[in-house]
Design a protein around this ligand. Sequence first.
Ligand code: NAG
Ligand code: NAG
Ligand code: NAG
Length: 370
Amino acid sequence: MMMKMSKLILVSVALVWCLGEVVQGFTYDDKELETEQGKMAMFERWRSHHQMEEINEQKKNAQYNNFKNTLKLVHSTNKANKSYKLELNRFAGMNLEELQQHTGFKSPPGDCPKKQDEAKANRDGQPFMFRNFTDIPPKLDWRTKNAVGPVKNQQGCGSCYAFAGVEAVEGLHAVKNKQLVELSPKELVDCANVGGCNGGYFTACYEYIAKHGGLTTMKNYPYVPKVEPCNLQKEKDIAVEVHGYENMPSPGIEEDMYKVVANQPLACCMEWNENVSAYKEGIFDGDCGPKIQHAISVVGYDQTADGQKYWIIKNSWGEGWGEKGYMRLARDTGGEGRCKIAHWCAYPTLEDTGTKHKDEDIIVKGQKDL
Ligand SMILES: *[C@@H]1O[C@H](CO)[C@@H](O)[C@H](O)[C@H]1NC(C)=O
Ligand SMILES: *[C@@H]1O[C@H](CO)[C@@H](O)[C@H](O)[C@H]1NC(C)=O
Ligand SMILES: *[C@@H]1O[C@H](CO)[C@@H](O)[C@H](O)[C@H]1NC(C)=O
């Protein structure tokens, strides 16, 4: 019995180690802030907490300076009475450029999307298929319906757009077929020629998947944070199809997000700054501008017991970020929404089931509450 327990613990420790995820948050004592020595000791403690690799003196000094800036932001934010908290996660020692390598949304030419008269139509002049949809539940969480896979980690490759797109495709497939299959952002990074690690947009991913005939699984084409030559063999092993996509009408409004999210998970772009990288928990209603440069998926919405409304945002920064990889973002805030979440959203479409995968690729079969 004892033997089994310790084995189990060893296995779990090894697992956490393997994934490079530190799920436990880093905490500090206010006293540590009083002296430079205290801050330096905190920095070292933070480095070992996040299992940071050894780096040379010069790099370490730069990291320490970034760390102190993040510490200031985290400390002042958490002292203020806000509905969210920040923390010193593994991004805390990064400079702006390094942080931005973990985002990677770029608008398509002519902005996202073109601001034509789209009150009635989407970007392509087609009717918005959910335009007249009114059956919007007061709250919804696709995670509880087995339509959302494990949290992924794009790491230092500007491929958020591919992850956001893949999440929406996984979601659509799960909703339509009651089977959750984890799909491959790496195929998009390597094969789709839509931005690689240098940023892109999710509709180009849907387009590639539709043209190519589908997308393979994560298991078949696993992720590493770099662009490599397309593996044509793996690319051929199609698991799930997409037949097209639609943009939400523009300029985006949160009312339209409900219409889509009530039907399937949705990919959106959003503003990003250091506040987002340092997010720990709570309803984020902070400032995240000035620039739209990240892409995520929206997998539901709800409100707290005291009535703070939020979107459930799935990020691609691993489970160690935010609330196990998710953010609760304030919703119904007017205009294009908090962090301009409604600015541009788009979702894949399917005419029939579009499934081609093998049974063993299904990570969750069947859905609850449908
Ligand atoms: C903190 O904010 C909440 C909600 O806005 C408010 O109800 C509470 O009174 C505030 N507390 C303090 C100490 O300011
Ligand atoms: C929405 O309803 C209007 C009025 O009934 C109709 O003309 C339009 O085609 C509908 N749009 C969609 C996308 O179903
Ligand atoms: C973070 O959020 C705070 C509070 O909303 C804001 O004052 C600050 O400018 C934001 N930006 C950055 C880069 O931290």
